[in-house]
Ligand binder design. Structure first.
Ligand code: NZQ
Ligand code: ZN
Length: 399
């Protein structure tokens, strides 16, 4: 652990089949006005509470029993739009809400965090908090979440990824953890049973990518990397069970917890971190509106084949520790390269096994878009600092 760090995560997690029982206790800590934020329709189809009741019915019942006055922002899009954030900010401000309760996947929770920072902000929030990443200098409304889809880790972090359709930009903002991460998150894995298979595997790929973005940086012997390898192995095992039986509680609960720990900062401690695949995917998403995890799964093998030589020992370790690729008796650099490439092949085969598409075409990208998408943000934390030409080469390799 050669780099210094400070770490505290402020989110209370209530996990398991009985997690919803903690909602009244959490609600009692806030004033009476609540903004309830949710997505298009899943909230009205997820069973919860009494026979025939939906999660939506149940949450409203609990809110009313707690004496809350509820304002609603429904219909938040997958890949939430800036216009939705602004509408939520207006509702939050005009109704002087005391708590924003997000019920949904990463999109709904990300939108809620954006609303919490935007409600009392002055000026152009997109320009200030997303494009220029300015410090937030206005009051922030607390957020709580009820998670319905495993993937982003938004339930225990302060990330908020917003799409500005007019500008064709999708930008992630990591707000200050202490103020903007949900104060509490309710994680009942049963709520994920209704997630369509395509979204489920998108979430799994997103979790895997979060783990890799943190793992593929640095060369020191760091406890965090051992933790990441363990979570990767758990995720692979649970995913294989969940695609056979989506109602396997053990598998779905493991996937849900993998998602949360993969991006609650614990697995970035003392790490430089890469995040280049995410930067490229966000641009892809701005052009195609594809599911985030699907985009990541398509780009990842091509990206890692492009850079593996620059971090060869780590790619060898990935192949051996995560996928069980064995070293052959023959020694030498060539052999190390073969092991590293075999690990990337295993990763790609895993995504295929989950039924994830393998080309950008399949998610709506056209050849004309590739040079535009190639102008993604370059962060430079990984083993090779890319150029726009590198990114275009990577995109063409998976087009
Ligand atoms: O809109 P509804 O009807 O709720 O349907 C959603 C949506 O269509 C559906 N869904 C969610 N829970 C369900 C369900 N359907 C049936 N049953 C359930 N229980 O699933 C669809 C996708 O939901 P969404 O919230 O968009 O998925 P996800 O959790 O993958 O979130 C993706 C967004 O998060 C951002 C992504 O870029 C993308 O915008 N990210 C956020 C991060 C963060 N906060 O740290 C980091 C990530 O890397 C990521 O960038
Ligand atoms: Zn992600």
């Amino acid at each position: 652990m050669i780099r210094d760090f400070s770490y505290q995560n402020p989110t209370w997690i209530h996990f398991g089949k009985s997690a919803m029982e903690k909602l009244p206790m959490e609600l009692s800590q806030y004033g009476e006005r609540v903004l309830l934020v949710y997505g298009k329709s899943s909230i009205k189809r997820i069973p919860c509470g009494a026979e025939g009741q939906s999660l939506y019915d149940h949450v409203l019942q609990v809110l009313r029993a707690a004496g809350k006055r509820v304002v609603e922002l429904g219909g938040v899009s997958a890949n939430p739009r800036y216009s939705e954030l602004l509408e939520g900010a207006r509702l939050a401000r005009e109704n002087r809400v005391d708590l924003i309760l997000a019920v949904g996947g990463g999109s709904v929770i990300d939108c809620a965090k954006g609303i919490s920072c935007a409600a009392y902000a002055e000026g152009d929030v997109w320009e200030r908090y997303y494009v220029r990443q300015e410090k937030v200098n206005n009051p922030i409304i607390p957020v709580g979440s009820i998670l319905t889809m495993a993937g982003t880790g938004s339930e225990m972090n302060s990330g908020s990824v917003i799409t500005n359709e007019a500008q064709r930009l999708k930008i992630g903002r990591v707000y200050p953890l202490a103020q903007v991460a949900p104060r509490f998150s309710i994680l009942n894995p049963e709520f994920t049973y209704t997630v369509p298979r395509y979204q489920m595997v998108s979430g799994i790929a997103d979790i895997f990518s979060h783990l890799m973005e943190q793992y593929f940086s640095d060369e020191d012997d760091c406890t965090t990397d051992y933790l990441i390898e363990g979570v990767m192995r758990s995720l692979i095992s649970a995913s294989r069970k969940a695609i056979q039986n989506p109602q396997d509680y053990e598998a779905r609960s493991n996937i849900m917890w993998c998602a949360t720990v993969a991006l609650n900062k614990l697995l970035s401690l003392s790490k430089t971190e890469d995040w280049e695949v995410h930067m490229i995917e966000h641009q892809l998403g701005a052009y195609t509106d594809c599911a985030h995890g699907i985009g990541l799964a398509i780009i990842s093998p091509a990206y890692y084949r492009h850079i593996y030589r620059y971090g060869l020992p780590r790619f060898v370790r990935f192949a051996q520790q995560v996928w069980g690729v064995e070293e052959s008796k023959e020694q030498g650099a060539k052999n190390q390269e073969q092991i590293a490439l075999a690990g990337i092949d295993c990763l790609e085969a895993f995504f295929r096994e989950l039924g994830i598409p393998s080309t950008l075409r399949e998610v709506g990208a056209t050849e004309e878009m590739l040079p535009q998408i190639a102008h993604s943000t370059i962060l430079g934390g990984g083993y090779k600092i890319l150029t726009a030409d590198d990114i275009e080469t990577i995109l063409r390799a998976c087009y």
